[in-house]
Design a protein around this ligand. Structure first.
Ligand code: DC
Length: 224
């Protein structure tokens, strides 16, 4: 008997485009490991801010990252990042200060280089943990991290609707400005990868977005 296919699903999209909720639901439905890579960039940003490192000082960022030990704690279907053995607190990575700084730190090649092997390595963690695959969401998953993923999705949503989503969550977050910074950086810019399956979630309820992606995942699992 051949073992079931291990599936890699990439989901990219702008701030508050619905990636995380969608990826979380798909992870549970198909028993995939869920990697929210935005939370990894946020964790590094919170750590660097805590150490007093400025986003304009690329050399200091590199120096601080050189001895940073990253690990993973799997909680349910979620691959949560650990820094020096400690889990990073949600409250620390969703603060207004991190919202404002994360795109600046994420533009630095040193920060991206620190996270690239970590993110790719999560496929092995998923296999070792008995998951059927990995669903990874972010800005450069289908373009840089897993360009050969089995399925690559890109979620669009109107910026005004995305800002409202953050307001409803009680967060101060300049989503359009983050998108602008993320799209204009030189290193692994936020783009819709060529060949990705695009979906506009502006007027769709989350359940419908999940259903549409789930149908395509099922087809792929059945060999389509
Ligand atoms: O998904 P999020 O909004 O929590 O992501 C926070 C920031 O992290 C985003 O503005 C840019 C950066 N990021 C990135 O550069 N590459 C990724 N793959 C994921 C996030």
């Amino acid at each position: 008997m051949t073992s079931p296919k291990f599936l890699i699903v990439a989901i990219d999209g702008g701030a508050a485009s619905g990636k995380s909720s969608t990826a979380r639901a798909l992870a549970e439905r198909f028993h995939l490991l869920h990697a929210d890579t935005g939370s990894y960039y946020r964790a590094l940003t919170a750590e660097l801010l805590h150490r007093g490192v400025k986003q304009t000082d690329a050399a200091a960022v590199r120096a601080e990252l050189a001895d940073l030990r990253l690990g993973t704690q799997i909680v349910g279907h979620s691959a949560d990042i650990k820094i020096h053995g400690d889990k990073v607190r949600e409250a620390d990575i969703r603060s207004a200060a991190v919202n404002a700084a994360v795109s600046h730190f994420a533009a630095l090649p040193g920060v991206r280089a620190a996270l690239l092997p970590y993110q790719r390595g999560l496929a092995d963690e998923a296999r070792a943990g008995g998951f059927r695959g990995l669903v990874m969401e972010g800005r450069d998953i289908g373009s840089v991290i897993f360009p050969y993923a089995d399925l690559r999705f890109f979620l669009h949503a109107d910026p005004a609707e995305r800002t409202n989503r953050r307001v409803r969550e009680g967060q101060a977050d300049a989503v359009a400005e983050r998108d602008r910074l993320d799209s204009s950086r030189e290193n692994a810019p936020f783009v819709c990868p060529t060949g990705a399956i695009e979906l506009d979630s502006t007027h769709l309820p989350l359940e419908e977005v999940v259903e549409r992606l789930a149908r395509l995942i099922t087809a792929r699992l059945l060999g389509g």
